[in-house]
Structures are given as structure tokens and as C-alpha cells.
Design a protein around this ligand. Structure first.
Ligand code: GDP
Ligand code: MG
Length: 361
């Protein structure tokens, strides 16, 4: 799972990246305006996995991971100017965005638009993304028309279907609605996958406040699908992430009336946003958490472990984590209680399933 941190210059992207990843990249009150990308992989904390490790004493415990990319260099006007290839790639590669919006007032940190106005700033990047997607749609429509005119349409029906779909996207974008608000069939979603549409990706809007600044989330009217909103104190969180001593962390959190470092909150929201859950594999060798899209089948889960397991899939041994714990974390007990199941390819994996794949290749 990859999440891209975006936003206007000086909104606190790198500060948030540091807070989420424990990195210590320099943050500056002046932005270079250049594309600047930092990447870090973080483990997803999981108390269930820790419990399984205590039970099975594996040689290795492997957490699920999330990759954060801090993508600096977006600014007002970038839609008209067009994106550079590297910027386009950086944006296309992520599964969702953390959109950082400046809500802190600080005379030492200039704002390129002079004033601090979070709702305006949010609308600016949203607007640029709508425009960029519209350009992609227009280009594709022009190409499809050209193919029809030249009569070199191998598959006329396919051309017509795609044209109709692109026209729907265009109408939607012209009404200034992000593509993630559209009803799309799974086939349509598949067709659109290759285009890297920006407004199709889930978004977590993050208002980066100072301790004395008002919370813009209170006045935000932002009812989009696959969209969540979170307010946090970026600079403070980055400082907390640099602390090694848990007692110091606890002191900081108490002082600012925070219930937990933002790292875990963002991870949880991102999982929800992308519709991701975890399943577990276990054994003497390794206990491991695997991220998996909700609604995935047993054979898809097997495929995330290894393609051989999907290819040679016979059955999945499945135990729900909660059943395991209820049976005293004892597999013999689980079986005695009839909670050890054999499931076929089409079984829909549930959050917390403990899975062993039986396969034959
Ligand atoms: N007062 C205050 N300053 C912040 C906050 N977050 C970031 N900054 C400062 O704003 C400047 C720009 O931050 P940076 O993370 O580099 O922004 P980026 O351009 O979006 O990556 C730096 O001087 C940060 O120290 C915050 O929550 N409060
Ligand atoms: Mg930066």
C-alpha cells in the first residue's frame, strides 16, 4: 500500500512525512518549487500480530507495511502548465493521497498566497487535479475520434463504449466533481486503471494546525466518497516522533490532550479509506500480517503470499483470530470447538483470519 503526501508548498508535507515515518528530513520555511520526493516504509502496529508471535515463538515476525511518499513540487497553476513526467509518475504510483492543507499561522513561514486560508488552499489543489484529469480525458477522446475517422478501428464496439465512458467522465469533471464520486462498474474501473486519474484516488485531507489555530474541519462541507478529514498539529507530531523514551511521549501527549501519536491514526484511516484489512499467516518460521483488499477471496489472499500458492491452491485452513483467542490460543482447542475451517477458492477472507494455504504445484 502506497500513500502519497501532497499539498501546496509550505503546507507541512515534509513535516508530516517526518511525523509518520520518524524521519528527520529538513523542513524549510521556503520551498524550492522543484519536484522533491522522499520515500519511507513503515510497519503497521498490530497487537494481534504481537499476540500470535508470543504464542508461536516464530523465528521472524513480519508486520504489514505502508510506503509513504512525500511529493513536493505541486503548486497553483500546475494543471495548466501540465505535469512533468517524473511528477506524473510519482502521483500515478500511489494508491491514495494524504492532502496536507496549511491551517497554521506563523509569520516566519511565508504563504505564497499571502494569507492562511485552508478551504481556499484545499480547493486549489482539488481544482488542479480536476483540470489535469479533464485534460487526460480530452486527449483520450481525441485519440478515439481519430481512430474512428481513420477507419482503423479494430473493434468498433470497444471504441464506442470507451468513448461513452470518457464522455461521462468529462461531464462529471466539468461539474467539478472528483471521479471517485462516480458510480463505476468493476469493468469500467479496470478500464480506467491505466490512465492514472488523480481524482479517482482516495483522499485523506489533513489540516495542519498550530495549537492556537481554529480547526477548519468544523466549517468544511466536503461530502465526497472515499474521502476523510483529519486535523492535527504537524510540527508537534514531528517532534513527538523524534522522542525515544515512551515516558516522554506520554508526557507530550498528555500536555496537548492527544490520545495517541498521529502515526497510528493516519494508518488506521488509510486502511479504512483504501478498504484494506489484514490476514495472518503463522508457523514456527514466521508469523506475518498481510494487507488485503476487503472482499478478496481465499485464492487472492494466497496470491498475495506467493503466486504458486494461488496457482496450486487446494484449500485454505482458516481460523478467525477472535475464535483462536477465545479458545485459549490453543489450536487443539480451536478444533475441538469446531472453529477450524477448510475453505475453498471463493471464500471471502475476513479481517483477522489466520490462514494456512494447502497447495500443490
Ligand atoms: N508553526 C508551525 N509551523 C509548521 C507546522 N508544520 C510545518 N511548519 C513549518 O512550515 C515550514 C514548511 O514545512 P515543510 O514540512 O517543509 O512544508 P512542505 O513544503 O509542505 O514540505 C517549515 O518551516 C516547518 O517548520 C506547524 O504545524 N506549525
Ligand atoms: Mg517539503
Amino acid at each position: 500500500m502506497r500513500l502519497g503526501i501532497i499539498g501546496l508548498p509550505n503546507s507541512g508535507k515534509t513535516t508530516l512525512f517526518n511525523a509518520l515515518t520518524g524521519s528527520d528530513y529538513p523542513t524549510e520555511p521556503f520551498s524550492s518549487g522543484q519536484l522533491e520526493v522522499h520515500t519511507a516504509v513503515v510497519s503497521v502496529p498490530d497487537a494481534r500480530l504481537e499476540h500470535l508471535a508470543q504464542v508461536f515463538h516464530p523465528r521472524k515476525t513480519v508486520y504489514a507495511t505502508v510506503t509513504y511518499t512525500d511529493i513536493g513540487g505541486l503548486d497553483k497553476g500546475i494543471g495548466e502548465g501540465g505535469l512533468s513526467g517524473p511528477m506524473r509518475n510519482a502521483l500515478a504510483q500511489v494508491d491514495g493521497f494524504l492532502h496536507v492543507v496549511r491551517a497554521f499561522d506563523d509569520p516566519d513561514v511565508p504563504h505564497s498566497l499571502e494569507t492562511v486560508d485552508p478551504l481556499r488552499d484545499l480547493a486549489i489543489i482539488d481544482g488542479e487535479f480536476l483540470l489535469l484529469d479533464l485534460i487526460t480525458v480530452e486527449n483520450r477522446l481525441a485519440r478515439l475520434a481519430e481512430e474512428r475517422q481513420k477507419g482503423k478501428v479494430e473493434n468498433r464496439r470497444q471504441n464506442e463504449q470507451e468513448t461513452a465512458l470518457m464522455e461521462r467522465l468529462r461531464a462529471h469533471l466539468e461539474a467539478e466533481q472528483p471521479l471517485r464520486d462516480m458510480e463505476l462498474t468493476p469493468e469500467e474501473q479496470k478500464l480506467l486503471r491505466g490512465y492514472g486519474f488523480l481524482t479517482l484516488k482516495p483522499v485523506l485531507v489533513i489540516f495542519n494546525r498550530g495549537e492556537d489555530d481554529p480547526d477548519p474541519a468544523a466549517e468544511l462541507n466536503y461530502a465526497h466518497r472515499q474521502t476523510q478529514v483529519l486535523s492535527l498539529y504537524g510540527k508537534l507530531e514531528a517532534e513527538i516522533a523524534q522522542l525515544d523514551d515512551p515516558d516522554d511521549v506520554a508526557l507530550f501527549l498528555a500536555e496537548y490532550k492527544l490520545d495517541q501519536p498521529v502515526r497510528e491514526k493516519v494508518l488506521r484511516l488509510s486502511y479504512d479509506l483504501l478498504g484494506i484489512q489484514s490476514f495472518f499467516t503463522y508457523g514456527e518460521d514466521e508469523v506475518r500480517a498481510w494487507p488485503l483488499r476487503k472482499g478478496s477471496t481465499a485464492v487472492e489472499a494466497a496470491g498475495t503470499i506467493h503466486s504458486d500458492l494461488a496457482r496450486g491452491f487446494i484449500r485454505a485452513e482458516v481460523v478467525a483470530y477472535d475464535d483462536f483467542v477465545a479458545a485459549g490460543s490453543n489450536m487443539a482447542q480451536v478444533k475441538a470447538q469446531g472453529k477450524f475451517r477448510l475453505e475453498g477458492k471463493d471464500y471471502i477472507v475476513q479481517d483477522g483470519d489466520m490462514i494456512v494455504v494447502r497447495f500443490n504445484v
